[in-house]
Design a protein around this ligand. Structure first.
Ligand SMILES: *Cc1c(COP(=O)(O)O)cnc(C)c1O
Length: 418
């Protein structure tokens, strides 16, 4: 069962002001969810969530999360600039990038971000980029390789481009120590959209074990571990949300036995979740443009994969509801499509829905992370507006829809709209 934070009448009123398609985020639900995450890890004094900016790179949402104490996890220049703009600098920024340009390392260092290295060669690259001055705190990203199974989005760790091997980690921390680095972190990110609490607990446990091993071998202590993002959300109505309390308790138990009992002092636990923070609380709202009956029934929407790419990209399931449809309304099976000239521009394939008519509003659920953010302009499609539903029921626009002038902005050619 998936609920909506608005009725059909309310949605029609919003759509009268902001034409479909648009993304709308539920502020009250995002805030309540952020507090749930913090509560689950409140046993750890230094717990800090760095919201993965790439999931929803909107400064209004980032500000909302900053008020809940969340920092920013950035992996590009634009994301660093966004973090700085909302006031996230220094310890409030984790820079977890890969294949990193020097200018991005320089920007990250300039705002005091915690730099998380993706490769052993980046140590020298960073030192050069910063004119020989390494930051006094550094983190490395571990790729556990065949130790961990992967999944469809992130692939198998040993086939993934990210992170250091274990022997490279020992060498890197040794060299960092020699170069005068004083504060150390260890990071991994091996899951994506994972719904099994044990998987996250096991990941943290592996990090505790490795922290103990490295600190003994190299003679350093760790200030934090970052277990990455990757906590999943129940896209399908029959799936269970991740039990965050269980994850918190499981990691706490491992912290006692695998870290403190092994003689390592307290350290801070960091996460850099994106999907599970905003994903379930964002909706793509669209209208049926055409109903087409050929070899199959097609419901053509005014949204397309430029607004939400996950179904086309990964075959991902997104639940679709028709607000206001009576529970006993007649139903039919549709391919729910967008207008891109690509046959994979389908939000759902052979999905049973209430019988649809042109003009009907449809809501595509769980579009609040890696939704609008993945938008693109192929085929001249424009990215939609983003709206925020406030706790008092009012709605504010937090990003306007793109115009043709935006689309043509980089072209210098007479006759095109400017
Ligand atoms: C994408 C990403 C995240 C966030 O992943 P979610 O699945 O949205 O939680 C966190 N860290 C890094 C390094 C990432 O690339």
């Amino acid at each position: 069962m998936k609920n909506l934070p608005f009725t059909r009448e309310q949605l029609e009123a919003i759509a009268a002001r902001w034409p479909t398609p648009f993304h709308i985020y539920d502020e009250a639900a995002i805030v309540a969810n952020a507090r749930r995450l913090k509560a689950a890890f409140s046993w750890n004094k230094g717990f800090h969530e760095y919201f993965a900016v790439k999931a929803a790179p909107n400064p209004h949402l980032m500000t909302l999360l900053r008020k809940e104490g969340f920092g920013s996890d950035c992996s590009s220049m634009a994301e660093l600039v966004l973090a700085e703009a909302v006031g996230n600098v220094g310890e409030d920024v984790m820079f977890t990038s890969n294949d990193t340009p020097a200018a991005e390392f320089q920007k990250a260092a300039a705002i005091g971000a915690i730099i998380n290295l993706d490769d052993i060669t980046h140590l020298d690259f960073l030192e050069q980029a910063l004119d020989g001055h390494l930051p006094d705190r550094l983190c490395c990203r571990w790729n556990p390789g065949p130790l961990k199974g992967g999944n469809a989005i992130i692939g198998k760790p040993e086939e993934a481009k990210y992170g250091f091997t274990k022997p490279q980690l020992f060498e890197a921390y040794r060299r960092m120590k020699e170069k005068g680095v004083k504060r150390f972190g260890l990071h991994t990110m091996v899951a994506s959209n994972e719904l099994d609490p044990q998987y996250i607990i096991d990941t943290a446990t592996l990090l505790f074990d490795l922290v103990v091993e490295i600190s003994r071998d190299v003679g350093i202590t760790f200030e934090f571990i970052n277990i990455g993002g990757g906590i999943g959300i129940p896209y399908r109505p029959d799936q269970q949300a991740m039990d965050l309390e269980r994850v918190g308790k499981g990691i706490e138990a491992a912290y006692q036995t695998h870290l403190l009992a092994q003689g390592h002092p307290d350290l801070r636990l960091y996460t850099e979740c994106g999907r599970c923070i905003t994903g379930p609380y964002g909706y793509l709202v669209s209208r049926v443009l055409h109903i087409k009956d050929t070899y199959r029934k097609y419901a053509g929407l005014d949204a397309c994969m430029a607004n939400l790419m996950r179904p086309a990209l990964y075959g991902a399931y997104h639940h679709i509801t028709v607000p206001g449809a009576a529970p006993d309304a007649p139903r039919a099976v549709y391919d729910v499509t967008g207008s891109l000239c690509e046959n994979n521009d389908k939000f759902a394939i052979q999905r049973e829905l209430p019988v649809l008519h042109p003009g009907d509003l449809v809501v595509i659920h769980d579009a609040g992370a890696h939704g609008h953010a993945m938008g693109f302009q192929y085929n001249g499609k424009l990215r939609s507006a983003e709206l925020l539903l406030k706790p008092d029921g009012s709605v504010v626009q937090i990003r306007r829809a793109e115009t043709l002038a935006d689309y043509f902005a980089t072209l210098d050619f007479p006759g095109l709209p400017k």
